[in-house]
Design a binder for this molecule. Structure first.
Ligand SMILES: Nc1ncnc2c1ncn2[C@@H]1O[C@H](COP(=O)(O)OP(=O)(O)O)[C@@H](O)[C@H]1O
Ligand SMILES: [Mg+2]
Length: 237
């Protein structure tokens, strides 16, 4: 299988400091890959370099064999990258329906195509359908996370990128989100790159993992090789 997403020797600076020091990572079609690491090692910066929110100073990023690292974020979204940022970033003053509509606009999906996309999202997250006219800001953290994932799915991504989707979310909704990601993966229509510090969640849903430290990947492998020793050495504070 060819890599859907490939990062080769990616370097990025923030305010004169080198934050990414040569990140190498790939996600193949249909894979669910976890990017792990302690706070501040560069996980979010890696995701932002993929989505175009952070310019890179060296290296390359390809999607489906095409260089995307010089494209603006909206072009990368249209090329097939869906992004659920850390902290979710939904529009609090818009209703659930209006928030979801923002996702549809990226591809100009209308009519039957839009309804089909919405139906898929409501199957994954029934609570969104029940609360369509509620404002995003009144939802619980877990519901906002589901809304953010739903909105990203409506952009029809080839690659769905999530930044710490379980952070601050109650266990029952973490399970629902895990089930939804597994269902999306087994559907075969997209690959998932997940930044996550919750080790058991990664073990439960991922195919492979990468662990970062100080701006570079220090170890990677099949999720079965993410042993307690690896966690202790590479991931614990
Ligand atoms: N906007 C910013 N301004 C200054 N420093 C930043 C900014 N964003 C991130 N950093 C720094 O870059 C490093 C990596 O941050 P980040 O990628 O957010 O880490 P992680 O997601 O792994 O916790 C940290 O040391 C952080 O302080
Ligand atoms: Mg982060």
């Amino acid at each position: 299988m060819n890599a859907l997403l490939q990062l080769a020797s990616v370097e990025a600076d923030i305010g004169g400091s080198r934050i990414l020091r040569g990140v190498n990572l790939e996600v193949k079609s249909g894979e669910l890959v976890a990017l792990m690491g302690r706070n501040g090692v560069g996980k979010t910066t890696t995701l932002r370099s993929i989505t175009g929110l952070r310019a890179i100073r060296a290296g390359s990023i390809t999607l489906d064999g095409q260089r995307i690292d010089k494209l603006p974020p909206d072009a990368r979204a249209r090329a097939g990258i869906g992004y659920v940022p850390q902290g979710r970033d939904i529009f609090p003053h818009l209703t659930i329906e209006e928030n979801l509509h923002v996702g549809l606009v990226v591809h100009g999906r209308k009519g039957a195509e839009a309804r089909e996309g919405l139906d898929k999202v409501f199957t994954l997250f029934p609570v969104l359908k029940e609360m369509l006219s509620r404002k995003g800001g009144v939802l619980s953290g877990g519901q906002q996370q589901q809304l953010a994932i739903g909105r990203a799915l409506l952009t029809k991504p080839k690659l769905l990128i999530l930044d710490e989707p379980t952070e601050g979310i109650q266990p029952s909704i973490i399970d629902q989100i895990g089930d939804a990601l597994k269902a999306l993966k087994s559907d075969g229509s997209l690959a998932i790159l997940l930044v996550e510090q919750y080790v058991d969640f990664c073990r439960e849903i991922s195919d492979r993992f990468y662990a970062m430290d100080r701006g570079a990947v220090t170890i990677s492998g099949d999720i079965a090789s993410l042993t307690d020793d690896v966690v202790k050495t590479h991931l614990q504070v």
